[in-house]
Design a protein around this ligand. Structure first.
Ligand SMILES: C[S@@+](CC[C@H](N)C(=O)[O-])C[C@H]1O[C@@H](n2cnc3c(N)ncnc32)[C@H](O)[C@@H]1O
Length: 230
């Protein structure tokens, strides 16, 4: 199993009401932080946004109020998380601004449900930490054709610094909101990556990788950007 999100008991856990904990808790803070970040990057209400690994709409529940109606899209591996987010985390007014058909469950980054819709900005927050490297490359390759020519994809990841032996576990400093240390690995979830790893994933794709760095994430995740190349 690449990550706990592939486990069959995820469904029962979501149905028992644990969807907020399953996607990492810190509900209000991390939802707001993602919206603030995207706005700082120039995302406007008229942009069409794709939230990759959107889970139970921690960010989506903030984004639907900011974006024009029907401008938010999300995919996730778990239909149950999408249902929990849509049915339990949105108000009636927010559901009017977000058709349920904009949320799609897929294990293979299948964006064909978009039909002719093209995406201005995409975000994968705390998703690469749960993906093996070949899945990241797969995600980049599948996302590229549905982006607009000036599209940008932002993704958070756990950075393995140059001085660290990649095969050794990496202990990240705990912060104010997260008292337990976060430990990442190269061959198991949660995964860490070097900058060269992400650059390699983008090689021979339409994407150009750029490291943006720290953005204040409580579990020390860094921010990467992938730009569509001319
Ligand atoms: C830590 S949660 C983050 C959720 C959301 N991005 C947020 O910040 O609230 C990771 C999410 O990635 C999803 N995920 C994991 N592997 C995936 C895959 N291969 N394809 C799509 N989604 C995936 C999980 O189901 C989960 O919702």
């Amino acid at each position: 199993m690449p990550s706990p999100y592939y486990e069959t008991d995820l469904k029962e856990k979501v149905l028992s009401g644990s969807h907020r904990e399953l996607i990492g808790g810190l509900w209000d803070k991390m939802g707001r932080m993602q919206l603030d970040f995207m706005r700082d990057q120039g995302v406007q209400p008229h942009h069409v946004l794709m939230d990759i690994g959107c889970g139970a709409l921690r960010f989506g529940s903030q984004a639907v109020d900011y974006l024009n109606p029907s401008h938010y899209y999300g995919i996730d591996i778990s239909e149950e998380l999408l249902d929990a987010g849509y049915n339990k985390e949105l108000t009636d007014r927010q559901r009017e601004r977000l058709p349920r058909s904009h949320l799609h469950a897929t294990e293979s980054f299948d964006f064909s449900y978009l039909n002719d819709q093209r995406i201005d900005r995409a975000l994968a927050q705390s998703v690469f930490t749960h993906l093996p490297m070949n899945h990241i490359r797969h995600c980049l390759i599948k996302l590229a054709p549905v982006m607009k020519p000036d599209g940008v994809f932002y993704a958070t990841f756990s950075l393995c610094p140059d001085h660290h032996n990649i095969t050794e576990k990496l202990i990240h400093p705990s912060g104010e909101e997260v008292s337990v240390e976060v430990i990442t690995y190269d061959i198991r979830d949660p995964y860490h990556y070097t900058l060269e790893d992400l650059e390699y994933c983008a090689k021979d794709t339409p994407w150009k990788f750029q490291y943006l760095g720290d953005w204040g994430h409580p579990r020390n995740l860094k921010m990467a950007a992938f730009f569509m190349q001319d």
